[in-house]
Design a protein around this ligand. Structure first.
Ligand code: SF4
Length: 229
């Protein structure tokens, strides 16, 4: 009869990154889009694949010359433009609500570069006070657009961090942001985020993770649910 394996001690986040990077190097951080574009892209990426949201984003760029045009477009026309990204009626309305707030705050040049200068807590609040923007989206904008110390916790990061014992099984994604940020130096947030997303996509799947192929197996408490000795 198979025996349950002995529960291992969790690895520290920096040690997790080290193992995952040894397996395959990470793409170094490069500034992505400006903050407004990153906000729109993140909204489009909700509940769909990167391919579909990328297609919706390309169509949006093709149809509208600037954010003012997106904001002022008839909503059904905007829905049509972003349809490949799914949930078009919801996303079109959310996008216009978001852009309306941004134009009011940023003025006609849509320049959000002030986020690069604000203290990080203030920058997070500035973003999460926008409609439809939670801690994950705020962290994506700060990290990817501006290289600021914020750690986005998406579904993969959340699941893998729980299985690896970095956060408890009942900790929701929102509080996980502060809990995980507190466990590693700010300059490693990007590596941790990218390494865990990649691991979640390739190995630590939601259903039936490939624990036998996982470089973290010997130190993963969560693997107890999937493997026996
Ligand atoms: S050992 Fe299994 S559960 Fe743990 S991180 Fe690896 S794939 Fe995920």
């Amino acid at each position: 009869m198979p025996r349950r394996r002995r529960r291992p001690q969790p690895l520290r986040p920096t040690a997790i990154i080290k193992r995952l990077v040894r397996e395959a190097p990470l793409t170094p951080w490069r500034p992505s889009h400006d903050p407004v574009t990153e906000l729109v892209l993140t909204l489009l990426s909700q509940n769909t694949s990167d391919t579909n949201s990328g297609r919706a984003f390309q169509q949006l760029l093709k149809r509208y010359p600037d954010w003012d045009a997106v904001l002022d477009a008839p909503v059904d026309e905007l829905e049509d433009a972003i349809r490949p990204g799914g949930l078009a009626p919801t996303k079109a309305r959310r996008m216009q609500a978001l852009l309306a707030q941004l134009r009011e705050r940023l003025g006609p040049d849509w320049d959000a570069s002030r986020l690069a200068e604000m203290p990080i807590a203030e920058a997070k609040s500035w973003l999460t006070e926008l409609p439809g923007v939670g801690p994950k989206t705020a962290a994506c904008v700060l990290l990817f657009s501006l290289g600021r110390p914020a750690l986005p916790v998406d579904t993969h990061v959340h699941r893998v961090a729980q299985r690896l014992g970095l956060i408890g099984p009942k900790v929701a994604a929102v509080p996980a942001h502060d809990m995980l940020e507190g466990q590693l130096p700010a300059e490693r947030y990007y590596d941790f985020h990218v390494a865990l997303i990649r691991h979640g996509r390739r190995v630590c799947h939601k259903q039936r993770p490939s624990c036998a192929e996982c470089v973290l197996l010997d130190r993963c408490p969560g693997a107890d649910a999937f493997v026996t000795e």
